[in-house]
Design a protein around this ligand. Sequence first.
Ligand code: GAL
Length: 416
Amino acid sequence: MSMTRISLSLAAAGLMSATLAQAGEVEVLHWWTSGGEAKAAAELKASMQKKGHSWKDFAVAGGGGDSAMTVLKSRVVSGNAPAAAQIKGPSIQEWAREGVLANMDDVAKAEKWDELLPKAIADGLKYKGNYVAAPVNVHRVNWLWANPEAFKKAGAKLPTTWDEFFVAAEALKKAGIIPVAHGGQNWQDFTTFESVALGVGGADFYKKALVQLDAGSLKSPTMEKVLGTFKKVKTYTDKNAPGRDWNLATAMVIKGEAGMQLMGDWAKGEFIAAGKVPGKDFACVAAPGTAKSYTYNVDSFALFKLKDPANQKAQQDLAAAIMSTDFQEVFNLNKGSIPVRLGMKLDKFDDCAKTSAADFVSTAKAGSLVPSIAHGMAVPSAAEGAIKDVVSQFWNDDKMTSASAMDKLVAAAKTK
Ligand code: GAL
């Protein structure tokens, strides 16, 4: 072998070991297991594999993520944290205070995150001024999904107020269609509850009661009206609702077995994955009474401290990939949400997403953009869990009065 060939092959071997040394593994905890969610998660996996890293899937099924959070706690306590975990809102601060999250400032500075994110959202991703989490999207929670065929059959009109909602529900029922597709799991009860609270009480009431946890609002004539409306929604759900997964409830609307579902726009991911076209096969309208408000839910990945340098590099590549324009587009097209990164073109997005993006901006200006309590954005996790339990108790127990539910809400709000 000539000298040149030897040195060339040495150089090639050197290059190879350099790439091998950089290739790491990212283990990612999430709960995206439904049709639309899994497609979105697959995009994240693909973007990491493109960079030469391997992906270790740590999916814990269960909408809303309660089971995933329980599993995560035991993993971190036993000193075996994944590289990244889907953690949102005030919980990011709770995890950071434990000292287990990694500082992502090198990536954030290089990629200019401060310029690419709304300040209020960026602040929630930082602990003591350093980024510890990377955001993927903005979900709007206060949506109503409807099957236009079912509405036509029932001679019903898409509701914009709660009064109209019950008129439509009654017409659907008469036509032999289940009016409201619901899954009786406490996070789904809570999702319905917060949309009712926003629609009946308005954004200022929502903020006082469900963000500031003001006792005078949690026990008030407005809350009494919210609870009454919430309980009335239940009368239009079917007897098989208890325990049903949210995506199975969405499937009932897709098939026309049910007329409507109150759910965040991850439900759109299911319609899209089933090949349905927005505006034709299904309708997205703001939950009754909430067209001028917006409950936001930002999915983000908190990054845990790792020891292995190759895995640290893979983790940084993951953080950078998450905020890239390509990923923000393809992920959100599948997920039903909109990009969280500012200044992105929305040409490929449908009208539901375009409405969401426009309303995100206009409600922020008007002061009616509020964090979703049901999806971990509004209050510390202990209070959230306690309030969620009261809401489900009230939903399930037909003997429980509004007065007793309100007393329990006030007590639950004090949980630390
Ligand atoms: C939410 C999460 C969404 C969606 C939903 C149902 O809490 O933010 O991404 O997946 O749960 O699982």
